[in-house]
Structures are given as structure tokens and as C-alpha cells.
Design a binder for this molecule. Structure first.
Ligand code: AMP
Length: 442
């Protein structure tokens, strides 16, 4: 299948040629005709699949076709720019990336697009919007702020996109999204893109979409086939040291490290920097400029390591990552899938390393449940948490067991079909009640 067979206008095809795209990706093959049909859409797609072009291309096509027919029917001079497409994205980075792609794909079209997000002066954004724009991309909080200040009128909008809707909801933008949707005409075509179909996304979909077409190209639990995963048990305090040891001794050149909190992101980055590894950091407290500089430094390989929080890293378009490190276990299990989805993309062999301390065993269990199996455990001498002497024999036995799993270092063992976990004794270890665990890891 080619882009031209999808019926896109010649200006768009020209722009795609400039970008060097040969043919549509799987999600684009589905999404483009679906959007062109005019129906509301609920699409399951992750970053890295080409989802952005999947919704941007048909929307560009539609607004330009409508513009042509409007102009043909009137003797007036070409219309002024008025807002037709509103795109909501969870983070500044994603919003910026979408807007950049719109600029590229719309290179030969007379359309104005703009991006707005928090942390930038509101007045300057309002002034630019007042000059007339056709497409607006932004974070829900900032879009809502502009609406409240009456800088923005959504009555002319024909299309709404909620990109990474699951993350928008995770970040607590439910109220903003529903207020924004209420400010739209009811006949607006709505496109909801999400990586995971969680309960809250379903509820949102049911409340705002009319008889949506469902599109799913990447099943939720699917992980890249070319991805190898390994888990290193480690005491919490030793994590920074183990991380720099792994990167340094194995000479990893480009590593993305995920952490849960902003504070942790800063302290991990500092520790890596202190150990001589060039490191950049991205999290929600960084200014847009600082985030962009960090990302550029990583993309251009001026730094070896990028430390990022889940929220800030969501939607970042970083190509060809060979190594991803889960510095900790995310509280939201789906975040783990997003993290490891950063590597092993496009058929490349990827490695996802997880550092897990005893305190994280419960969170680890829910990750393993989501993955449908236990992670392979590899103990790094000098870093694995010590066990009580009575367990030493058992530990030796575990080490020689083929297909050793997380259960072998003190987590609950998956039994039978793996559907249900049972607290059990394994290889001589005590049952993994929290009391037993505390003792074991002391
Ligand atoms: P996305 O999933 O939208 O973040 O896109 C991931 C990457 O794929 C981006 O760098 C796009 O520029 C690129 N891309 C999108 N569509 C195509 C295509 N049909 N052929 C090649 N690359 C593409």
C-alpha cells in the first residue's frame, strides 16, 4: 500500500516524499482511512508506530479540502485562518513534536499551526493566536487557561485529537479535558489515541465519542520481540553505584534511565555525572528550554545517559535505543511497558535492565503479572542484597537453576499457569510475607 492510494492530496504526498517516507506504517494504514471516513475513533497505538502522521495527515487533508470547497462557493477573498483542529497532548515535549510534524507534513499547505504549553508566557501565546491559526496543539492545562482568559474560541473547531489519552488522564487532566470538550460543537469529529485501554480511558471514550471505530494495531501486552530483559536485585542505596558500574564496565554508549520522581532523577543524574558519565536529565520541573537541550544532547550523542521521569519522557521520539534502564519499579504498571518499549524498536536488538530492591517486590509482582511472566534475574556480585546465613545453601542452588526468576531472589513465585500467585516456599527461602522479606534482606 502506498500513501497515494490512501487518497491524500498531492501537497501532502510531496511533503511525505521530502520526509523520505516510502509507505504507511501499520497504524497509518488503518487510521488514515478511518479518519477520512468522518467517524469518531478510538485507537490503541504507542509512540514509535507513526501514530502522529496517522492522525495529522488525514486531518490536514480534510481541512484543506473543506477550505477549497468553501472558497469555491464564495466570491470572497481567501478566508482568514480560523481554528479547525485542536490537539491535546500530555506533555510539552509531545505537543512540540506533534507541532513539528504538522509543520513538516503541511509544508506545501497554506495552514498555520501553533503549540502552547505551560511554563511559557501566556500573553505571547495569546497574541500569536489572535493573529489566526488553523491548528492548535497543546497541553490540556494551558489550553484551558487560554479558554478561561477568552484568548481562545473553539466554536470553529471541526476536529479534536486526544493523543496519549491514558497519560493525559494519569496526569490528572480529567476536568480540563471535559471542560474543553464541552466548549466544542457537538458535531466535532473526535479522535482518541491511547497506548493502554485502562478503565478511565474507556469511560472517557464512552462519554465523548459517538459510535467510535476501534483501531488496535499493538496489543497492550505485546512487547518487542527483539527485546531482552534482565533484572538485577540490588539494595536501594547501592543503585547509583550499580548503575554506573553497569554502564561503565559494559561500555554502553546510549542509555535511557527511567526513574519515578523528579528528585530521584536529579540525584541519579548527579551520581552518574560524578562517576564520569556524561548525563542529561529531563523532568517536569525543567524549563522547556532545558528539556530541549537535554534531549538534543542525548540525540546528538553529546551525553551517554539520559535520566527521565515517566511523565516527562512519555511521547519523546528517540530513535534506536539499545539500552533502557528501569532504575526503579513504576507504581503504574503500564509505565513499565512504555519504558521498555523505548528499546528493541524497528527490529533492533534491545536490552531492558531493571534494578529492583527488596522494598519494590510488590510493585514488581504487578509488573510481572502484566508481562505475563517473571523477569530473568541476574545477580551482580557485590551488589545483590545479602541473605541470612541459613539461606546461603539455597542461594547456591537457585543460582544453578535454569531459567531463574524473580522468585529466586525473594519475590513470590509464579505457580502453575501463572495466573494466580501463591505465597510459597521456594528453594529453601521463607514464605514471602512482608515480615519474612524484611528479615531476609536485612
Ligand atoms: P510517532 O509514533 O508518531 O512518534 O512516530 C515515530 C517516528 O516514525 C517519527 O520519527 C516519524 O517521523 C516516523 N514515521 C512516521 N511515519 C513514517 C513512515 N510512514 N515511514 C517512515 N517513518 C515514519
Amino acid at each position: 500500500m502506498s500513501f497515494s492510494s490512501l487518497g491524500l492530496s498531492k501537497e501532502i504526498l510531496e511533503a511525505l516524499k521530502l520526509k523520505g517516507y516510502q509507505k504507511p506504517t501499520a497504524i497509518q494504514k488503518e487510521l488514515i482511512p478511518a479518519i477520512l471516513s468522518g467517524r469518531d475513533i478510538l485507537a490503541g497505538a504507542e509512540t514509535g508506530t507513526g501514530k502522529t502522521a496517522g492522525f495529522v495527515l488525514p486531518l490536514l487533508h480534510q481541512i484543506i479540502q473543506k477550505q477549497i470547497s468553501r472558497e469555491q462557493g464564495s466570491a470572497e477573498r481567501p478566508r482568514e485562518h480560523s481554528l479547525r483542529v485542536l490537539i491535546l497532548a500530555p506533555t510539552r515535549e509531545l505537543a512540540m513534536q506533534i507541532s513539528e510534524q504538522i509543520t513538516q507534513y503541511g509544508h506545501f499547505l497554506p495552514l498555520k499551526n501553533m503549540v502552547v504549553y505551560g511554563g511559557s508566557p501566556v500573553a505571547a501565546q495569546a497574541k500569536r493566536m489572535a493573529g489566526g491559526i488553523d491548528i492548535l496543539t497543546g497541553t490540556p492545562g494551558r489550553i484551558w487557561e487560554h479558554l478561561e482568559r477568552k484568548n481562545l474560541d473553539l466554536r470553529s473547531v471541526d476536529y479534536l485529537v486526544l493523543d496519549e489519552a491514558d497519560r493525559i488522564l494519569d496526569m490528572g487532566f480529567v476536568a480540563e479535558v471535559s471542560r474543553i470538550v464541552q466548549s466544542l460543537r457537538p458535531d466535532v469529529q473526535k479522535i482518541l489515541i491511547t497506548a493502554t485501554l485502562t478503565g478511565s480511558v474507556k469511560t472517557l471514550g464512552q462519554s465523548i465519542l459517538r459510535k467510535p471505530l476501534s483501531i488496535e494495531t499493538a496489543p497492550k501486552k505485546k512487547k518487542p520481540l527483539s527485546l531482552r530483559q534482565v533484572l538485577h536485585p540490588v539494595e536501594k542505596e547501592k543503585k547509583p553505584e550499580l548503575l554506573s558500574y553497569l554502564i561503565g564496565s559494559r561500555n554502553y554508549r546510549r542509555v535511557m534511565v527511567f526513574v519515578r520522581t523528579k528528585r530521584e532523577a536529579d540525584s541519579v543524574a548527579e551520581a552518574l555525572q560524578d562517576s564520569g558519565l556524561e548525563t542529561a536529565v529531563i523532568h517536569g520541573d525543567k524549563t522547556p528550554g532545558a528539556r530541549r537541550r537535554a534531549l538534543d544532547a542525548f540525540r546528538e550523542e553529546r551525553v551517554r545517559v539520559l535520566v527521565a521521569t515517566d511523565i516527562a519522557s512519555r511521547g519523546l521520539d528517540i530513535k534506536a535505543l539499545d539500552i533502557v534502564v528501569n532504575y526503579d519499579i513504576p507504581h503504574v504498571a503500564e509505565d513499565f511497558i512504555h519504558r521498555i518499549g523505548r528499546t528493541g524498536r524497528a527490529g533492533r536488538e534491545g536490552l531492558a535492565i531493571t534494578l529492583s530492591s527488596p522494598e519494590e517486590s510488590v510493585a514488581l509482582q504487578s509488573i510481572e503479572r502484566l508481562l505475563g511472566g517473571a523477569l530473568t534475574v541476574e545477580e551482580i556480585p557485590g551488589y545483590a542484597p545479602p541473605r541470612l546465613p541459613e539461606h546461603q545453601g539455597a542461594r547456591k542452588k537457585a543460582a544453578t537453576t535454569k531459567g531463574k526468576t524473580a522468585g529466586a531472589f525473594g519475590h513470590k513465585k509464579r505457580e502453575g499457569t501463572g495466573k494466580k500467585r501463591k505465597t510459597t516456599k521456594r528453594d529453601g527461602y521463607k514464605a514471602s510475607s512482608s515480615v519474612a522479606k524484611k528479615k531476609k534482606w536485612r
